[in-house]
Design a protein around this ligand. Structure first.
Ligand code: KG4
Ligand code: ZN
Length: 381
């Protein structure tokens, strides 16, 4: 059994996990900094790096304790190399390299986006193993896969293939091709900015997801983002964010937004829904539907064009209830299976980093101690 310790610190979660054979989560510890950044309405990079420094040691220790393993039992240490905030990445990377050097273990650098894709593969393999044990059936994943990674920092579409490595026994490699990505804001960033504007707090995704259920998604018609011809899989969300700003001003919704922000700051307990006019709820529902439809349409166009055998949706925004519903319905119509990670594995975590490192371990793709953080690390070609 190959036991890999994963370390993730690319943004505002300090996380460590131990995963066996890329398929069994032995521990998965996440220390979130959401409360620390909430009052700023977004992640403050300098505060994030300091918090990672404080949390990294206890988080790694807890991950090993929960897995009931000593450091010496680990086979490798995997760490997020990028993309992300450079100061935050450096904390995890330096810790991982130091541990690897002190213990004489190999270190494996992992792309954060590859991690999000592996959150899905990890759980599919987990289900497959349980199915073998219980003699039930679990849907096997067939390739190629079209994957949407959609979070606060990223919105990107990938085509993923899996190929065995010749003459290397069980070793295999994933090939990633970037089909398209956001030209400006990430989808989660748009959620967070709209929530800040409307006095709903941070992070914006979960609260808008909830409030949008009480609004009319047909109330406001937003124009679809204009993307250059020939780039059908690119995204753009800054236009809709600006359209929401204009609506708030034009419809006199600013005063109620400021009132909500003040009440939250004063930590008054009134449920947010009671502080939102129907016009605001309608605006949120329309915003959400436009974003989700855009994500779904472009992803499914890519799935059709590339004859994908499965669709993955991963990253923080993959927790969105409307997004899951629309993807599930549309993929059922096409007869293509769609996979989402469970909610804890949708947002940033280290189990996905340890899982992504497993094929690299089998292929002996180890880094040396010169491994450096790369804030703009690219995945695939
Ligand atoms: O993957 P993640 O934890 O961190 C990044 O790599 O960015 O994603 C966080 C993002 C935030 O922008 C948050 O607002 C969004 O995911 N998010 C959601 C939902 N839950 C989290 N967006 C829409 N609906 C949700 N239910
Ligand atoms: Zn992420």
């Amino acid at each position: 059994m190959v036991r890999i310790l994963g370390i993730e610190s690319s943004c505002d979660e300090t996380a460590a996990a131990v995963v066996a054979d890329g398929a069994h989560i032995l521990s998965n510890v996440v220390s979130s900094q959401v409360a620390l950044h909430a009052k700023y309405g977004g992640v403050v990079p300098e505060l994030a790096s300091r918090a990672h420094l404080e949390r990294i040691l206890p988080v790694v220790r807890e991950a090993c304790e929960q897995a009931d393993l000593g450091y010496g039992d680990l086979d490798a240490i995997a760490v997020t190399q990028g993309p992300g905030l450079i100061g935050s990445l450096l904390v995890g990377l330096t810790y991982a390299k130091t541990m690897a050097w002190a213990l004489g273990k190999p270190v494996i650098g992992v792309n954060h986006l590859e991690g999000h894709i592996h959150a899905v593969l990890l759980e599919a393999q987990q289900k497959a193993t349980v199915a073998v044990a219980t003699k039930e059936s679990a849907p096997a994943i067939e390739f190629p896969v079209v994957t949407l990674v959609v979070s606060g920092g990223h919105t990107a579409l990938y085509h993923v293939r899996r190929e065995p490595l010749p003459n290397r026994g069980e070793a295999f490699r994933y090939h990633y091709r970037l089909l398209g990505q956001t030209l400006d804001d990430a989808a989660g960033e748009a959620y967070d900015k709209v929530a800040k504007l409307l006095g709903l707090g941070y992070p914006g995704g979960p609260v808008i997801d909830l409030l949008a259920r009480s609004g009319n998604p047909d109330a406001v018609v937003f124009t679809k983002p204009h993307i250059r011809r020939g780039r059908p899989y690119d995204f753009s969300f800054s236009g809709i964010k600006t359209a929401v700003v204009r609506r708030v001003e034009r419809n006199g919704l600013r005063a109620e937004s400021e009132e909500r922000a003040a009440r939250r700051r004063a930590q008054l307990e009134t449920p947010l829904e009671e502080l939102c006019s129907q016009q605001t709820l309608d605006l949120l529902a329309s915003f959400q539907r436009t974003v989700v439809e855009d994500l779904t349409e472009r992803t499914l166009a890519a799935a059709d064009d590339f004859e994908a055998r499965a669709v993955f949706v991963s990253g923080g925004v993959a927790a969105n209830s409307l997004l899951r519903k629309i993807f599930t319905e549309e993929c059922a119509i096409r007869g293509v299976p769609v996979f989402f990670p469970s909610v804890p594995l949708s947002t940033d975590n280290a189990a996905m980093i340890a899982a992504a490192a497993y094929p690299k371990f089998l292929a002996s793709e180890f880094a040396d101690l010169a491994l450096n953080a790369d804030a703009a690390l690219k995945l695939g070609v």
